[in-house]
Design a protein around this ligand. Structure first.
Ligand code: IFM
Length: 390
């Protein structure tokens, strides 16, 4: 039996725009409906979790997991600049309470990619007023989060800083074979916003707070050490260093990047997951955790996402088991990891790719929103109950 540390958290995650439905007032809704939108379909009703969140929590707790990660939707809480909705914030407070009532530790993310439309049209993430605005939002939201187990400020700022680069490449018709390096101006802006949010949360006596980052395994295929080092410095190191004084760092790990002398090398075709195009690489979890633990030896780590987009649930179990073995080995070698949160609870809206990639432990009927647990949900619940792998 491979065991995990006592008190290790086991959970699963969602994010507001991907599951709630009807988030008509954020930037993504607007982009989904723009002429020549890069989104293959709009989010629409998503999984209707705005109404069905209690059923979602029942599924998590019923399986034997003890942690649920979800996010607030800023555009519902502050629909117009400076105009706050107590009713919307109460909705999220009820989810926090609903977690605790079921024995679940709530892990709450303040911003998971989306911003209100008014912010998109007045500066966005790099705008001069965005620091004050995110601080004001965090200040309003903080009282609803006093019973959270952990609070995350911004989800994957390192990936958010890559998105404008991908957008520009797509517009130039360039082929995208892997993640390009982040736009440095956006990276610095997001690190600054994280810092402002942390100040507010600390001032409000918040629960342990930090940011969640995309983590990758970096593989040198031969002669690739220099481009590898530069890419990792831009994508990981600058963000990890910025998290040095935080209470935790969340890591969201799916895949690897391979480098040769000329930079990124495409993954072997037979190793790409069917629905998502990322390399199927369960080893990435242990490798990326080891790297982060080496850079930030004093900061507790949480795996806040890990998973695979596949229609083959047996493969989801195989992938997750292999990934967890790598995680257990990293912990045995000294990485201070406090929990594992699987992405995702539900088959949900996978951003520009729409509903085709299925990351969920639970299937969702697109007409009725009926939830059907897949075998992987019970499997992960068993792992959680045992706190280990046989
Ligand atoms: O669906 C996303 C999530 O919103 C952020 N992390 C990666 C997931 C899978 O692509």
């Amino acid at each position: 039996m491979t065991t995990f540390p006592d008190g290790f958290l086991w959970g699963t995650a969602t994010a507001a725009h991907q599951v709630e439905g009807g988030n008509v007032n954020n930037d993504h809704w607007e982009m989904e409906h723009a002429e020549h939108s890069p989104f293959v379909e709009p989010s629409g009703d998503a999984c209707d979790s705005w109404h069905r969140w209690a059923e979602d929590l029942d599924l998590v707790a019923g399986a034997g997991l003890d942690t649920y990660r979800f996010s607030l939707e800023w555009s519902r809480i502050e629909p117009a600049e400076g105009e706050f909705s107590r009713a919307a914030l109460d909705h999220y407070r009820r989810i926090v309470d609903g977690c605790r009532d079921r024995g679940l530790n709530p892990l709450v993310t303040l911003v998971h990619f989306t911003m209100p439309r008014w912010l998109m049209h007045d500066g966005g993430w790099t705008g001069p007023k965005t620091g004050d605005r995110i601080a004001r939002f965090a200040e309003f939201a903080a009282p609803a989060l006093t019973d959270a187990e952990y609070v995350a400020t911004i989800n994957e700022p390192n990936l958010m800083a890559v998105q404008p680069v991908i957008g520009a490449m797509a517009r130039r018709g360039e082929q995208i074979t892997g993640l390009p390096v982040p736009d440095q101006e956006v990276a610095e802006a997001l690190i600054g916003l994280h810092g402002r949010t942390m100040e507010v949360l600390r001032g409000a006596g918040s629960r342990p707070a930090g940011m969640t980052l995309v983590g990758l395994e970096y593989i040198d295929e031969g002669g690739g050490s220099e481009p590898l080092r530069a890419a990792r410095a831009a994508m990981m190191d600058q963000f990890l260093v910025a998290a040095e004084g935080d209470d935790f760092v969340g890591l969201q790990i799916y895949t690897a990047q391979r480098f040769g002398p000329d930079g990124l090398v495409a993954p072997p075709v037979d190793q790409q997951t069917l629905a998502h195009g990322m390399e199927r690489r369960p080893e990435a979890l242990g490798a990326a955790v080891r790297y982060a633990a080496g850079v930030l030896p004093g900061v507790p780590l949480l795996v806040t996402e890990n998973g695979i987009a596949t229609a083959d649930d047996d493969d989801r179990i195989r992938f997750t088991e292999d990934a967890l073995r790598g995680l257990a080995a990293a912990i045995a070698d000294g990485a201070d990891v406090r929990g594992y949160v699987h992405w995702s609870l539900l088959d949900n809206f996978e951003w520009m790719l729409g509903y085709a990639p299925t990351f969920g432990l639970v299937a969702v009927d697109r007409e009725t929103f009926a939830r059907t647990a897949k075998p992987s949900l019970a499997w992960l619940g068993e792992v959680a109950r045992r706190n280990g792998l046989i």
